[in-house]
Ligand binder design. Structure first.
Ligand code: MTE
Ligand code: MO
Length: 557
């Protein structure tokens, strides 16, 4: 084993860095284990990551989503671990000179995790600080002990100074520290101390790594058990038949063109946008939702069984994310099963503002602290706003809000579609700004009319002759009346529309193009059911959704 605890300063530096990394590893592993017992979301990586997401400017967040897609959260977690590793190495090196200061540094870093955990919107209290603090204590302890061996080897070998260390005499306080903490035997004469220090270091390091791995794995196991319970609870759900089934879809709603998004998006392909680093895995049997606030004469707490016993509706609804760029993928359509929200609100005494109700905003809150505000007027205007429990014939997938989420057709998800919902409060827009509104997104955001070319893809090289140009268009709750395509800014040509489906769904279209060789630009625009054409004005996604025409450049060969 070629390690020497004395060696050159380069070796000592490397070993100190290693000690730092092992200490960081121990800190994370212990924190993981403790957070499995306390609350998984209170773990330091989840907490710091969540806090980082909350504080990231919307522009950066959009950029991250564009760069990394659904991997954005993985990238963030890797980033946090990288920062942690760098800090751990720094503390390891510092410990060569100032062991107590370095250990205190590790504790201070743990404090950052603790503060992040307790200040998260879903924090349940001071208990959330415990995983980070115990992890940091373990890390500080490991760092102190491991670097003790390194310094012992150094301080205990005055007879073998290396040239570069000639001036490296320990200060009295350092010597005292070594004496205080070094395991017995290290203050023995040089040769022995050297050997023992080396063996001790290797043993202690191995021990720390093995123990930390054990703690980490046990933590994983414990979290996996609760995840398994949630999965069992989802598997046990039997969705009742709807009192009001979805109108059957005409065959022609799907043109069945391979490159075009299918009319119904399979659950596994459905886009996912949320701020959750760890997807909440709830137990339907323990789910509760409170309904309360201004103008609620009969506040109540609903259980999942309460929902199952109500008259359910089933509807095809196309969802869209406000962060979807022109031509982007954050749109999908599913057959949802749920409890009509209007009836539930009316039973609780809620009236819309137009009928004298005091609340104009409905704020939905999720178990992970997300808040989403919708206009009460829209929720109660007769559209199929619902508390959804089923998606394409299954209970909601965990990613999409199991056991219950809200949906309001025609509104972007961030103002309507709260997943993992646990609270509905009636309030006013004046009194309360929801999560994204605090981050400069619009209070109210109906979905803008959009159309997208799914085929040909950008920079495709189709052969000249007949080329199928096709895609989807959406204007939920207004419907799509017309789609037009043009080539190289020539005249607009009317596309063929798929058979019309329900008003809250998207519509496929196609146009056969007689393509000549060369580079060409294709553009599309739609007209909604009120006769209003899609604007060509290009806007950013913030504050209320991107507008403008989608265009695709192709090279016909
Ligand atoms: N709890 C929670 N609900 C949420 C979000 C979130 O971050 N947290 N994101 C919203 C946004 S911005 C959108 S577009 C939709 C996306 O729903 P999906 O992931 O099922 O497609 O969920 C909405 N509901
Ligand atoms: Mo969204």
């Amino acid at each position: 084993m070629g390690v020497s605890t004395r060696g050159t300063s380069a070796t000592r530096g490397a070993l100190a860095a290693l000690s730092g990394l092992v200490a960081g590893y121990a800190a994370l592993a212990v924190a993981e284990l403790v957070s499995a017992g306390v609350r998984p979301e209170a773990g330091p990586v989840a907490a710091v990551g969540g806090a980082a997401i909350d504080r990231t400017p919307s522009g950066v967040k959009d950029w991250a989503i564009r760069q990394f897609g659904t991997n954005d959260k993985l990238v963030l977690q890797l980033g946090i671990v990288a920062v942690l590793a760098a800090f751990a190495v720094a503390m390891g090196l510092l410990a060569l000179r100032r062991r107590r200061t370095a250990a205190a540094g590790v504790l201070a870093f743990g404090l950052v995790g603790a503060v992040a955990a307790t200040s998260r919107p879903d924090s349940t209290g001071l208990l959330d600080a415990v995983p980070s603090l115990t992890g940091a204590l373990a890390g500080a302890g490991v760092l102190y002990v491991l670097t003790g061996y390194l310094r012992a080897g150094y301080a205990g070998s005055p007879g073998h100074p290396t040239p570069s260390e000639g001036s490296g005499h320990p200060t009295p306080s350092e010597a005292a520290e070594v004496g205080a903490a070094a395991p017995e035997g290290l203050s023995r004469p040089a040769q022995d101390g050297h050997a023992l220090g080396r063996r001790g270091f290797v043993l202690a390091t191995t021990g720390a790594v093995v123990a930390s791995t054990g703690a980490g794995l046990l933590g994983r196991r414990l979290s996996a058990t609760s995840a398994a319970e949630a999965a069992a609870s989802r598997a046990a759900v039997r969705l009742p038949a709807p009192a009001s089934p979805a109108p059957p879809l005409p065959r022609g709603v799907d043109l069945r063109i391979r490159e075009v998004a299918p009319f119904t998006t399979p659950n596994r392909d459905f886009y996912r946008v949320d701020t959750a680093l760890n997807v909440p895995r709830l137990d339907a049997g323990r789910w509760r939702m409170r309904l309360h606030g201004k103008g609620v004469s009969a506040p109540r707490v609903l259980t999942f069984d309460d929902l199952l016993q109500r008259a359910l509706i089933e509807r095809d609804i196309t969802m869209t994310c406000v962060s979807n760029e022109v031509g982007g993928p954050y749109v999908g359509s599913a057959r949802w099963l749920g409890v009509p929200l209007r009836a539930l609100l009316e039973e609780a005494g809620v009236r819309p503002p137009s009928r004298g109700g005091p609340a104009d905003q409905l704020v939905a809150r999720s178990v992970d602290g997300m808040t989403i505000g919708s206009p009460v007027e829209t929720v109660m205007d007769g559209r199929d706003a619902m508390l959804a429990i089923g998606m394409n014939g299954e209970p909601l997938p965990f990613d999409h809000g199991f056991p219950v989420r809200m949906l309001v057709p025609g509104l972007y998800g961030y103002v309507s579609a709260c997943k993992w919902i646990e609270d509905i409060e009636l309030t006013t827009f004046e009194d309360y700004d929801a999560y994204w509104v605090k981050r400069d997104w619009a209070r109210e955001a109906p979905i803008k009319t959009q159309s997208r070319i799914d085929t040909p893809k950008p920079f495709a090289r189709p052969a000249s002759g007949r080329v199928t140009v096709a895609g989807v268009a959406w204007a939920q709750h207004r419907g799509i009346d017309r789609v037009e395509v043009r080539v190289d800014e020539g005249p607009w040509r009317q596309a063929e529309l798929a058979t019309e489906g329900p008003l809250d769904t998207w519509r496929q279209w196609r146009w056969d193009w007689d393509a000549s060789p060369g580079s060409h630009t294709l553009q599309v625009r739609a007209t909604d059911g009120t006769g209003t054409p899609q604007t060509d004005r290009r806007t950013r996604t913030i504050p209320d959704g991107a507008s403008g025409w989608h265009s695709v450049v192709v090279n016909v060969t």
